[in-house]
Ligand binder design. Structure first.
Ligand code: ADP
Ligand code: ZN
Ligand code: ZN
Length: 761
């Protein structure tokens, strides 16, 4: 196997490993270990995979203690300097060690040396090529009777004839075997005779359909055209905010932008990020249909490990020209990246919630800046951060005001005032108001579909005893066990604890315990009782646990085999339901009392998303929102489809209160079996800051218990650090985290976590 790198002097190599101990570790390596190479090294008694950062002239480790690199993936092109720079930036910005960023970004089969051989086998193949002038001799050597051997010889000469000057790709080992079962022996013989040459080369990993005609794009409307042209004309780093209501044709703009980028260079790559796995099949089909001849890779955590590794590899080698993926894809190696698209840029799933808590959207902008390429952030409800940047002119705003399809209009939004319903003595039926039930009835009569949205799965959020006040609390969390009636279980949605449903109150023995409140299962049951003829489907994390079941249910909805769809946020995003004309929002109120300053923003975005499911194809859509707070600004703005007004008001409030995007935050959280120990750690961290770390322009808030203080028997507390200057905050944290080692006793048994730009506080 040919080595990819030139061999040079052995020396000291610096390697990043997935441990919080240090950024790099020194080893003895051969000259082949260039920056970006993947190696395996001894680490204590273990063997770890690492990424070579570079070479060093000397090491702090005494020469006799330096251990050699064990092995290297020598067939893989090294990770390039741009990728390394991205990892370095992410490590610095989120205050992690380099290897903690780099290694998790690599695919599973590369992260452990045990996976290397299997990947190499899938990724490479033997190829055979006729040497110039050897054709006749080869053909003459084959006895006429040996049909299949002759077929093999002819295939080799034909491939050479087709190839012209450079000899062409030749014949792959599997093609050869298909022609002739004795191919391996024959090929070896011919190679020996000097007629052909053999080579191990990358095998194409992605299938394309070059013969298929691309799907026909609709003629762009004026605003779409302006957007596409602006993106196409961009030179260098150009961030765009594509603001368009649901159904306004943003995806069509992305597809055109992709076409432009691919046309600009024969090797250019495009990265398109989407928030959820369950959105990728639909979008993937749409992209594949538009670009049947372009290798398309997908990257998300739902793929089997081997498959994900191959898709990653296709991106890394430059074979994939379009990469479609969830947040993890922002860390993919893309040597020829020319354009980044971030769909639904406001979506919170772009923020990783454990480990390295990065924002894929923010890294996308950084990556585009570093490469000097355009990046398009698209949304119907941009995040306040992106909106503010666009308002300031840092991002260029592209606006799509209308729905794209000629006959589609935005749905009428009506607030159903539940106070008013009570005054009129029209009681709710299982949480469903008369106007909403009537609207569903009307859809059933017209053969149209209704979607009822309730962001709470299970039957009821809590089970209660009327006699003594007992509630089904989770023994391990400060949360209630949720009743799942069809499964007859109580479940904690935070720690996973399960228990059977008790027959009587565990405290007083009362037989009459009842579910309080309602989740999707209960709404489904109520609708089935009320509309016995209707075909009802429920889509939430419980009903779609089996692989493929979500897709099957969505297919039923699209095929018109469902009259009423009940669902959580799983139904809110992306799906283009052509026959849904009614969206009912059953219970938005819980979100209005959150302590989180982003609650209104998230509520507005999610309701706007769900509302956007209605009336997409010529049928007039209607959205009914049941609420006790019809005056809430988020709901009022929603009823007017007024994102701009809502965002303006939000930004004014945030500016006054000194909140993001007018301030930058970091959150230190600590966990311990006892709350006071978690708090003590935070206090100690604060003292460290006050005693030794210069903190100009940085404000440290008091440590406080988290609003959900206990999860899985761990008590949690947090401390917010804030500054109006991102640079000042970063400087402070860099110095501050170094002092955590000195916390000593108070750190014992405490798990802590520092999050930069936290989304939930
Ligand atoms: P978004 O991504 O903003 O929700 P899409 O790009 O998915 O919007 O477009 C919504 C619907 O309108 C899709 O069915 C799409 O095929 C259609 N569409 C998009 N652009 C046009 C256009 N210029 N003319 C007609 N139909 C269009
Ligand atoms: Zn009781
Ligand atoms: Zn629990």
């Amino acid at each position: 196997m040919a080595a990819v790198f030139p061999a040079a002097e052995p020396g000291i190599v610096r390697v990043a490993l997935d441990t919080p101990a240090a950024d790099s570790f020194d080893y003895l390596g051969s000259g082949a270990a260039t920056p970006g190479a993947i190696v395996s090294v001894p680490f204590g008694r273990r063997e770890l995979v690492g990424v070579v950062l570079g070479r060093a002239d000397s090491s702090e480790v005494p020469a006799e203690r330096l251990r050699p690199v064990r092995a290297q993936v020598d067939w893989l092109p090294p990770l390039d300097a741009n990728w390394m720079a991205l990892a370095v930036f992410a490590a610095r910005y989120y205050h992690r060690c380099l290897g903690e960023v780099m290694l998790p970004a690599l695919p599973p089969a590369l992260r452990e040396s045990a996976g290397w051989a299997g990947l190499a086998q899938r990724a490479q193949g033997r190829f055979y090529r006729l040497l110039p002038g050897a054709g006749q001799a080869l053909l003459d050597s084959v006895p006429a009777r040996a049909r299949s051997v002759m077929a093999l010889a002819q295939a080799l000469t034909a491939a050479a004839d087709d190839a012209g000057e450079d000899g062409g790709p030749g014949l792959s080992a599997s093609e050869a075997r298909a022609l002739c079962s004795a191919a391996p022996a024959r090929l070896a013989q011919w190679e020996e005779a000097g007629w052909i040459e053999a080579e191990t080369r990358a095998r194409p990993l992605l299938a394309t359909e070059p013969g298929r005609a691309p799907s026909e794009p609709p003629p762009l409307h004026a605003e779409q055209r302006q957007a596409v042209e602006a993106i196409g004309a961009a030179q260098g780093f150009s961030p765009f905010l594509l603001h368009g209501v649901t159904g306004s044709g943003k995806t069509e703009v992305y597809l055109h932008a992709i076409a432009q980028a691919l046309a600009a260079g024969p090797h250019a790559q495009v990265l398109m990020l989407v928030p959820e796995i369950n959105l990728t099949p639909q979008l993937q089909a749409r992209v594949a249909a538009r670009f049947p001849g372009e290798p398309l890779a997908v990257l998300h955590s739902g793929l089997a490990e081997q498959e994900r590794s191959l898709q990653w590899l296709a991106a890394h080698r430059g074979e994939a020209r379009i990469v479609l993926g969830t947040r993890m894809a922002i860390m993919a190696s893309l040597p020829r990246l020319a354009l980044i698209l971030v769909d639904e840029e406001h979506d919170t799933s772009y923020k990783q919630q454990d480990g390295l808590r990065y924002s894929a959207r923010d890294l996308a902008v950084w990556r585009a800046k570093q490469l000097g390429i355009p990046v398009v952030l698209g949304s119907a409800t941009p995040s306040m951060e992106s909106w503010w940047r666009a308002e300031q002119g840092a991002y260029r705003k592209l606006v799509l005001r209308e729905r794209a399809q000629a006959d589609a209009v935005l749905p009428a939004v009506r607030l159903v005032d539940l106070n008013h319903e009570r005054q009129r003595q029209r009681p709710l039926y299982e949480g469903l108001s008369v106007p909403l039930l009537d609207a569903v009835q009307a859809r059933l009569e017209r053969g149209e579909q209704s979607l009822l949205f309730l962001n709470r799965r299970g039957y009821a959020p809590v089970l209660a005893c009327d006699a003594c006040g007992w509630l089904s609390g989770c023994p391990r969390c400060s949360a209630y066990l949720v009743l799942h009636r069809p499964e007859r279980r109580l479940r904690c949605h935070h720690c996973g604890l399960e228990a059977p449903v008790p027959h009587h109150c565990p405290d007083c023995g009362n037989m009459d315990i009842a579910p309080l409140g309602r989740g999707t299962q209960r709404v489904e049951e109520a609708l089935a009782a009320r509309f016995p003829q209707a075909r009802i489907a429920r889509i939430d994390a419980d009903s779609t646990r089996r692989k493929g079941s979500a897709q099957a249910m969505f297919d039923d909805v699209h095929a018109g085999e469902v009259d009423i769809l009940v669902g959580t946020q799983m139904v809110a995003k992306g799906h283009d339901f052509q026959r849904v004309t009614l969206v009912g929002i059953v219970h938005p109120d819980a979100a209005m009392f959150s302590h989180d300053f982003r609650a209104a923003e998230h509520l507005f975005a999610s309701l706007m998303q769900v509302a956007g499911r209605a009336g997409r194809a010529g049928l007039a859509g209607e959205v009914l929102i049941q609420t006790r707070y019809p005056d809430a600004p988020a709901l009022q703005a929603l009823a007017r489809h007024d994102y701009d007004g809502f965002a303006g008001a939000q930004l004014r409030e945030r500016r006054q209160a000194g909140l993001p995007p007018f301030a930058y935050q970091a959150l230190l959280t600590a966990e311990h079996g006892q709350l006071d120990r978690a708090l003590a750690f935070l206090q100690a961290a604060r003292r460290q800051a006050e005693q030794g770390v210069p903190a100009p322009e940085v404000q440290l808030h008091d440590p406080v218990p988290m609003s959900m203080v206990r999860v899985a028997n761990r008590e949690r507390a947090q401390m917010l650090v804030e500054s109006h200057s991102r640079a000042a905050l970063q400087r402070f944290i860099s110095a501050w985290v170094l002092t955590f080692d000195g916390i000593g006793e108070a750190a014992k048994g405490v798990r802590w976590q520092l999050e930069v730009d936290p989304l939930r506080i």
